[in-house]
Structures are given as structure tokens and as C-alpha cells.
Design a protein around this ligand. Structure first.
Ligand code: SF4
Length: 419
């Protein structure tokens, strides 16, 4: 009986020839990640356990992204704890204001993730790096503390759902629509503790930024991880970023899948998720006309260059509707620079959008765009849970950058093909 891609990566990390779904293993870690909210908790656990050394200062990444530049005294104090720890342990990959970006966009961009690697992060969207053929998953701060000290983590080997992609995306349809469609089909617990393994000839048509978006939201279906095969586009992305050796794993032809799902990319429409679950999806035309007060374009889901290009193509030469706040947040400093060089930032500002330095900000209701009572936002982020961006009466519609930008222009939920 063969193994899935994820199972092969986990077998190698545990030093085993083979593993099976359900097996408990202890795997070697290639990277341990934390942010300004979760790292201080991990540091406390680390110190409480009497630990005073990290396993490898080059294999820990600490990114101050959630509430930075610090929004209040509490967030400033949490960042200070991270800075002190990073200094004491000489953490190589410590990213503070000025260098940081939203962690899940930053780490791949900096070449900290390669195919076949095993990464844990004290953040649920760590699953993003499956786009590069790595196994990556979110953990709690205690696991982060143990990972920082030992370089090891235990895993229950997941079974897998094979998602076969055929066809190719049409105009105004992107990776966000693919993953919203999938979550809408299987539900927020449709892949509970399983791998979502993408395959099929449709993969080749997806840009890397689409694949990052898709893997980023694997957790929203309850998945342990999402993962894409490594192809020419992956290798091109890695070139110039990753200089160390890495291993490309492929699923065995006789790998066992708990379930198989097929998605014809050519048939997908721009899709949105209504409050309060990412699985509450509808084609955008069924929701068109719903008034919104705020638009957010950014986050670890959709703050990459392709996302900004798609939004700018719609906003260019137009104006954000009266009564709508449109907030654009490039996910990293490099993306910000690239967007500036392409004139995208000017497009946004001339349209009347506010452009922010990289931060998670409004995605978790932190800052840079918190909603008020009963307000509706359309957002390219990944969660529309009750109270995620403001008071419990506020509402979030999840959408792609194209749908969000089109809605900014009209002030109501809008199919980008009609703007
Ligand atoms: Fe989490 Fe949002 Fe930040 Fe992504 S952008 S890491 S989902 S808070």
C-alpha cells in the first residue's frame, strides 16, 4: 500500500521507511514559527520548563506581524518580550517592524520553506507552505516551546483527501474562489485532521500565489495541512530564494485516500462566503447588491502581488464608492515595493483607498480597520467568524481581491465582470 505526499514527508522526518494514517510519530522539524501574539506564550512555557537553549537558532522564525506597528501598550509589551528572547538566543530569522510582513507570506518569500520540509507554527494558517510541497501545520504555543527547545514534534499521521483539479480558471476567478468552493462543498469540518492533497492537470495552470491562497485556507475545512505537488512553477519560485538541498516527494500511484473530490476549474464562478462561516458560500451573483461599508484587501490569504494586481486592475482610474472605506495591505515589504514599482499603490491611492504598511491588522479585528456595530465588510481574509473584525453585530463576507475591489467601486457586493 502506497503513501500520500504528506505521509512520505512525515516518514522521512521520523526516520521511518513508511508510516500509516493514524500512526503517532515524532518528527524532526526544519522550522518553528511564532508571531507577536503566540511567541510570548511559548517563551513563558519555555522558561517555565527551565529551558535555556534553543535547538537551532537558524531554524526558528519569529515575526511581529499581528498588532504591529504596535497598536497599544499590551501589544508593545508582547513585542518587547519577543525582541528580548530573539536577542538572547540570537534568533536568525527575527522580523521586526521595517522587515516584517504577514508571516505566511514572508517565510516563503525569504526562502525559509522548501519542498519536503516539516514546519510547525504557533498560528493556524501555517498550513500555507504546502503550496511549496512542504508539510506545515499550526500548533499551540506549548508545542512551539517544545519545538524551539528540541527541534522535534509529535504528529498523528493524517489520512488524506485527494482533490483533483481539471480545466483552468476563467477571467476574474482565482485561488480564493477555488478554496471557497471546496470549503462550501465539504464544510468547515469536511477535512478534519486530514491532508488536502491537490493534484491533476489543473494544478499547472495555477500561479504560486493562487496555491498559497488555497493551502492557507485548508485549515478552514479542518485540514491538518494542504499540499501541492512540486512542478516547474514551484521550482521557478524557489530559484534564488532557497539554496539548500531539498527533497521533492510525490504521492505513490497506489496511495490510499479517504475520499476523492474533483473540481473543474473552468466551471468555477467568483465565489463569496457569507457570515459567519467560510463554508457559507454562494456564487457572487447570488449576493450581488448587498451594501458594504468596508473593503479589506490583504492578509496572509490574499495580500500577495498577484492579488494586488487583480485588485488594482479593477480600481485603476475609478473611485471607491462614497461611504465605503477601502483598505489595502501588501503582505510584505517586498510586495509593497513591487506593487509600488508597478504603479499599483498609486492606483489604490488615486482611487481613494488607504494603503497600510504590512500587518495582520483588521484580519483579526486588531487595528487598521476595526468595524463598528452592524457594519458589513467584504474582505480577502480567511475567517468571517462572529466578531472577527469588530463587534459581534458586524459582518464579514469573504471574497477574492477581484470581487473585493469591484465591491469597493460600487459600494455593494459586485461581480467583477460587471464593473
Ligand atoms: Fe492570522 Fe489574519 Fe495574520 Fe493571516 S493575516 S496570520 S489569518 S491574523
Amino acid at each position: 500500500m502506497g503513501m500520500t505526499m504528506t505521509q512520505k514527508i512525515l516518514a522521512k522526518s521520523a526516520g521511518l521507511d513508511r508510516v500509516e494514517a493514524g500512526q503517532l510519530i515524532e518528527g524532526k522539524l526544519d522550522l518553528v514559527l511564532g508571531n507577536d501574539i503566540t511567541t510570548p506564550v511559548a517563551i513563558k512555557e519555555f522558561q517555565k520548563a527551565g529551558l535555556n537553549q534553543v535547538f537551532d537558532r537558524d531554524k526558528i522564525a519569529i515575526v511581529l506581524d499581528h498588532s504591529t506597528p504596535c497598536k497599544d501598550i499590551k501589544s508593545a509589551q508582547l513585542c518587547a518580550i519577543c525582541r528580548e528572547f530573539a536577542k538572547e538566543h540570537q534568533i536568525t530569522h527575527f522580523y521586526d517592524v521595517g522587515q516584517m510582513g504577514v508571516e505566511h507570506a514572508l517565510l516563503p518569500e525569504k526562502g525559509l520553506v522548501a519542498p519536503g520540509e516539516v514546519i510547525i507554527g504557533a498560528d493556524s494558517h501555517t498550513c500555507t507552505y504546502g503550496a511549496l510541497g512542504a508539510f506545515s501545520t499550526g500548533v499551540g504555543s506549548t508545542d512551539m516551546a517544545a519545538g524551539m527547545a528540541t527541534g522535534l514534534a509529535w504528529f498523528r499521521v493524517p489520512s488524506a483527501i485527494q482533490v483533483k483539479l481539471t480545466g483552468q480558471l476563467g477571467p476574474y476567478v482565482s485561488g480564493k474562489d477555488v478554496i471557497l468552493h471546496l470549503i462550501g462543498r465539504i464544510g468547515v469540518d469536511g477535512a478534519l485532521y486530514q491532508s488536502l492533497e491537490f493534484c491533476g492537470e489543473g494544478v499547472a495552470s495555477l500561479e504560486m500565489d493562487d496555491r498559497f491562497t488555497i493551502c492557507n485556507m485548508a485549515i478552514e475545512a479542518g485540514a491538518k495541512n494542504g499540499i501541492f505537488p512540486v512542478d516547474e512553477k514551484t521550482i521557478a519560485y524557489l530559484k534564488g530564494r532557497v539554496n539548500r538541498e531539498y527533497t521533492v516527494f510525490k504521492a505513490d500511484p497506489d496511495a490510499v485516500y479517504a475520499r476523492q473530490i474533483e473540481i473543474n476549474l473552468s466551471q468555477l464562478r467568483p465565489t463569496v462566503a457569507l457570515p459567519h462561516l467560510p463554508s457559507n458560500t454562494k456564487p457572487v451573483d447570488e449576493v450581488a447588491g448587498k451594501p458594504i461599508q468596508q473593503v479589506v484587501i490583504g492578509s496572509c490569504t490574499n495580500g500577495r502581488l498577484k492579488d494586488l494586481r487583480e485588485a488594482a486592475a479593477i480600481l485603476r482610474g475609478k473611485k471607491v464608492a462614497d461611504g465605503v472605506r477601502c483598505i489595502v495591505i501588501p503582505a510584505t515589504q517586498q510586495i509593497y515595493l513591487d506593487a509600488m514599482a508597478e504603479g499599483l499603490i498609486a492606483d489604490f491611492i488615486q482611487a481613494g483607498a488607504a494603503v497600510s504598511t504590512p500587518t495582520c491588522g483588521p484580519c483579526l479585528g486588531g487595528h487598521m480597520g476595526v468595524l463598528s456595530d452592524n457594519e458589513w465588510a467584504i474582505s480577502t481574509t480567511n475567517r468571517n467568524f462572529v466578531g472577527r473584525m469588530g463587534p459581534t453585530s458586524s459582518m464579514i463576507i469573504l471574497a477574492s481581491p477581484a470581487v473585493a475591489a469591484a465591491s469597493a467601486v460600487t459600494g455593494v457586493v459586485t461581480d467583477p465582470a460587471t464593473v
